[in-house]
Design a protein. Structure first.
Length: 185
């Protein structure tokens, strides 16, 4: 399958180079000569064929099922079976719960959420967060009808962040997924 993807990539690259060459040399003052018109028609047909190839290849890749549950490994001596099980966070029972209707949350209040955007620049956003029954629920405001984000505290832990650029160092933390060590800041 990877060879087929490679061939599609190479033919697409060649098609784009030919189109660029045509646009650079074949078009003069928005008028096409009969020869340039034939070249344009050929490029249009090639583009249509290429688009069909990409669509069929994409459909083939999407239809393949990848099941990481069981994998057999063959060796010269015997068969060995490896089970790969990944714990996913449990479904959030509070995904449609308004912030006001949570009964006596353990901890709640406004916090600053630092996000990085274009060119690595930081942006601080004030959000409403609630810790309730092993869940960190993040709302845009305390009057929101459902949380924007939710994190299971059984699969995530909070690590203190020693960022010296921030004003309140003792209050900075980041969430780290316990299993995969993915950090959410």
């Amino acid at each position: 399958m990877s060879e087929e993807v490679e061939l599609v990539y190479l033919s697409l690259n060649q098609l784009l180079n030919d189109i660029c060459k045509f646009l650079k040399e074949g078009v003069n003052n928005d008028a096409l000569t009969p020869k340039a018109r034939r070249e344009a028609d050929i490029l249009i047909r090639r583009s249509t064929v290429q688009l069909k190839k990409i669509t069929s290849l994409t459909n083939q890749l999407e239809s393949k099922e990848v099941s990481p549950e069981r994998t057999e490994v063959k060796s010269s001596n015997s068969k060995k079976e490896i089970r790969i099980s990944s714990k996913s966070s449990p479904p959030n029972p509070y995904q449609d719960t308004p912030a006001k209707s949570i009964p006596q949350p353990e901890k709640y209040g406004y916090i600053e959420w630092r996000t990085k955007f274009i060119f690595g620049l930081d942006r601080m956003k004030k959000i409403y967060a609630v810790v309730y029954r092993d869940w960190l629920l993040i709302y845009g405001h305390e009057k929101d009808s459902k949380p924007s984000y939710s994190f299971s505290l059984q699969t995530n832990k909070a690590n203190m962040n020693a960022d010296t650029q921030m004003e309140n160092q003792s209050q900075n933390f980041c969430l780290v997924n316990i299993e995969s060590q993915i950090t959410i800041q």
